[in-house]
Design a protein around this ligand. Structure first.
Ligand SMILES: [Zn+2]
Ligand SMILES: [Zn+2]
Length: 133
């Protein structure tokens, strides 16, 4: 599917022609603080399907081997890339032009969730990563 999106001010725009995978809600403390939000919805696409079509994000290493991209003008978090995982690039679902296209399928880092952030869904909750179970 053709996925397009960008930041709030419009300086950075992206597109990906891909079937999204690993759509999730992340409750980790890094995502939370970087977004200033109780959780962040993400999905992944194969890296080669993704391109910036307008502007370039600023990059920030939120931890070792991790690169987050955000708009330097308005601050919208856009991408997450683990440099050791060559396959996928993560994109913030809410930066899509139509976020309803990519519903999250599970919760990750639920062990870090805020006590007052109580999801009303029945999606699977992983304590940390999907891989760890
Ligand atoms: Zn912006
Ligand atoms: Zn996270």
């Amino acid at each position: 599917m053709e996925l397009t999106g960008g930041c709030h001010c419009g300086a950075v725009r992206y597109a990906a022609e891909a079937e999204p995978f690993d759509a999730t809600f992340c409750h980790c403390a890094d995502c939370r603080r970087i977004a200033g939000a109780p959780l962040v919805a993400w999905f992944s696409v194969p890296r080669e399907t993704f391109r910036f079509v307008k502007g370039k994000p600023r990059r920030y290493a939120s931890s070792a081997r991790v690169e987050r991209g955000f708009c330097a003008d308005c601050g919208t978090p856009l991408t997450y890339r683990h440099l050791d995982h060559s396959r996928g690039l993560d994109i913030t679902t809410a930066s899509l032009d139509d976020p309803s296209l990519v519903p999250p399928r599970d919760h990750v880092f639920f062990a870090s969730h805020l006590p007052w952030m109580v999801p009303g869904d029945t999606l699977r909750r992983y304590a940390t990563t999907r891989k760890a179970g």
